[in-house]
Ligand binder design. Structure first.
Ligand code: BGC
Length: 388
């Protein structure tokens, strides 16, 4: 066991989470008779929402790599965005004797019965990136600072439209939120709306589709949701919204998109529309935000099709998660510096930082970096950004 731990420590996975209000959750000693001591090679089950989104295939590969390198077995599965499938896979993993489950829920409120069964079988459950709601059977939650991501997206729009400098517009914008079954989506939108709302209130920002107006509230975020965060759903919704625009006249200045897949759907709809006022590459093309720093989004940013994305170094998230898994399996103390309520309990949590990205790093959003920054980190390569 010591050997494994030192391997983990040597690859730089020391948790090192401090900060005010730090809470320390002693993990139960798993070497008692009910829970025999874990062996190297214990199974960690990883369940991610889907394989079609670059976001999750990357996370899966990284989780598998770091947990395997630490000497444990990984069973990795993707739920194809199907609630039933994810529940069934969780139940199968209980039968296979998994010791820990790392789960990014397709639907945050639909895993109660399967994770409750996992808990009853003595399995630790880690909510990965997305919080699992409505159950006491979640031990830890690891993600990125959620509202900060929405704030960075809104800040980008405020900056590009010169709103803080007093530009009065009115500017036409379209706002989208993520999947209505994902707790993250609420927080991303809340962060963005907090900054954009004053400009709707004073008429500087308007939405020709009228999906959002000056009376909108963050609590209504699900009314502008894109189901399953899917590109196709975003494209369809954008096409519907464009029916409120007219050829050559109604401008579109900016689009608040919460993720790169949604941004791509919006870009497709704009590109396919017959309207002449926002031809790609023209000055009339809107400022479009995003999230995940996917290869296709970084490509789009280089082509001036998307303005911004928010990069979450998911290698860091996978490494932290692997570290927590190993600490649990080793009977070590797991430290967390935060918590998030899932309607039943405050789940001990860790939230990592993200980095807003634009083509050359220009933007008032604090900490914005250029696309090159993501390449320099080794997250992607310049070659991969030429492929789209
Ligand atoms: C994640 C985002 C991702 C989205 C769609 C969210 O829960 O936090 O990174 O873009 O799901 O997969």
């Amino acid at each position: 066991m010591k050997k494994i731990w030192s391997l983990v420590a040597s690859v730089g996975l020391v948790l090192g989470i401090t900060g005010c209000g730090a809470t320390t959750q002693p993990t139960p000693n798993i070497s008692n008779s009910a829970n025999p001591a874990p062996e190297a090679g214990d199974l960690v089950f990883v369940s991610l929402p889907n394989e079609e989104d670059e976001r999750w295939t990357r996370d899966g590969a990284e989780l598998r790599r770091v947990i395997t390198e630490a000497g444990y077995k990984v069973d990795l599965s993707f739920a194809e965005n199907k609630i039933d499938r994810q529940n069934t896979e969780i139940e199968n993993a209980i039968t296979k004797g998994a010791k820990i489950m790392v789960i990014a829920a397709k639907n945050g409120t639909s895993l109660v019965s399967s994770v409750d069964k996992a808990r009853a079988a003595g399995i630790k459950v880690i909510a990965y990136d997305r919080l699992i709601m409505d159950t006491s059977a979640v031990d830890y939650y690891l993600s990125f600072k959620l509202e900060t991501i929405g704030q960075a997206q809104a800040q980008y729009i405020i900056d590009k439209l010169g709103l803080a400098k007093g530009e009065k517009g009115p500017f036409n914008v379209e706002l989208f939120s993520g999947s209505s079954d994902d707790n993250n989506a609420k927080f991303y939108f809340r962060g963005a709306w907090e900054l954009l709302q004053p400009y709707f209130a004073n008429g500087t920002l308007v939405s020709p589709s009228n999906r959002v107006n000056e009376n909108f509230s963050a609590e209504q975020w699900q009314s502008i949701s894109i189901d399953s965060w899917k590109l196709e759903n975003a494209q369809k919704e954008m096409e519907i919204r464009l029916s409120k625009y007219d050829e050559g006249r109604t401008a579109l200045h900016a689009v608040l998109s919460p993720s790169d897949a949604i941004s791509q759907g919006v870009i497709n709809a704009l590109r396919d529309s017959s309207f002449s006022q926002w031809k790609p590459g023209s000055e009339q093309w809107p400022w479009i935000t995003g999230q995940d720093a996917t290869n296709y989004a970084l490509y789009n940013i280089n082509q001036n099709l998307q303005g911004q994305t928010v990069w979450k170094d998911t290698r860091e998230l996978a490494n932290k998660t692997a570290e927590v898994c190993i600490q649990i399996l080793e009977g070590e103390t797991v430290s967390t510096d935060s918590s998030m309520n899932n309607n039943v309990l405050d789940v001990p949590s860790v939230f990592l930082d993200s980095v807003p990205i634009t083509k050359t790093g220009e933007s008032d959003a604090p900490g914005t970096q250029p696309v090159q920054f993501v390449i320099d980190s080794g997250f992607t390569t310049a070659e991969q950004l030429k492929q789209y």
